[in-house]
Design a protein around this ligand. Structure first.
Ligand SMILES: [Fe+2]
Length: 203
């Protein structure tokens, strides 16, 4: 894969959105400033969905799909569109980076978790659910390490959902948590995009 993430030009609104994020990151602000400013831009972008190509709205009956829309040439962030069929959801996972999610079409449920242990055991975590929120069309949610970055999200509605995600790194591996046993497992994740081959994201 080349430094550029997509084979064809981005729609103008998405292009402007990427430029806005670059401008924010050029200032090297704190993560809480990044998520605040990227959240504003995300809310503006998600007020319409005309900027999202049909090819990036393609879902799959067996797994939710991650379409890579843009990868920053300096590896500071990636922009993804995720497509969720009814009932599809992630396991509980972390990110190790800032992140912002916006809803392009329909809604997602997000359940957030606090980590109660000291984090010294790499394969164990004690989690407690902190809140659950339905994020509707045009709404945004954020991830802010180290305390606000463990969650699970899923489509609990009866309709397909499309969401926009920005992460402060190339999110190719996350930790997955089993809340019952406390086990923590690193997991490789993939994109499902025409430009990346049809490798599904299957966790
Ligand atoms: Fe996530």
């Amino acid at each position: 894969m080349t430094a550029m993430s997509t084979a064809s030009p981005l729609a103008p609104a998405l292009h402007d959105y990427v430029r806005t994020i670059e401008t924010v990151l050029d200032r090297r602000p704190a993560n809480r400033v990044i998520i605040r400013e990227v959240s504003v831009a995300t809310k503006e972008l998600c007020a319409s969905d005309r900027w999202l190509d049909e090819r990036h709205r393609v879902g799959h009956p067996d797994y939710y799909t991650r379409h890579l829309l843009h990868r920053d040439p300096h590896n500071r962030f990636v922009v993804l569109a995720l497509v969720w069929q009814p009932g599809q959801m992630t396991p509980i996972h972390d990110h190790s980076c800032w992140g912002v999610m916006g809803l392009v079409e329909n809604s997602l449920e997000e359940i957030c978790y606090d980590r109660l242990d000291d984090g010294k055991r790499p394969d164990f975590a004690e989690l407690e659910q902190s809140r659950g929120t339905d994020v509707g069309r045009g709404g945004v949610a954020y991830l802010l390490p180290p305390y606000e970055e463990i969650h699970r999200i899923g489509n609990t509605s009866g309709k397909p959902t499309v969401s926009l995600h920005v992460y402060g790194r190339d999110l190719d591996e996350v930790n997955v948590f089993d809340q019952i046993t406390g086990k923590v497992s690193p997991m490789r994740i993939k994109y499902y995009s025409p430009e990346c081959g049809k490798a599904p994201f299957v966790i």
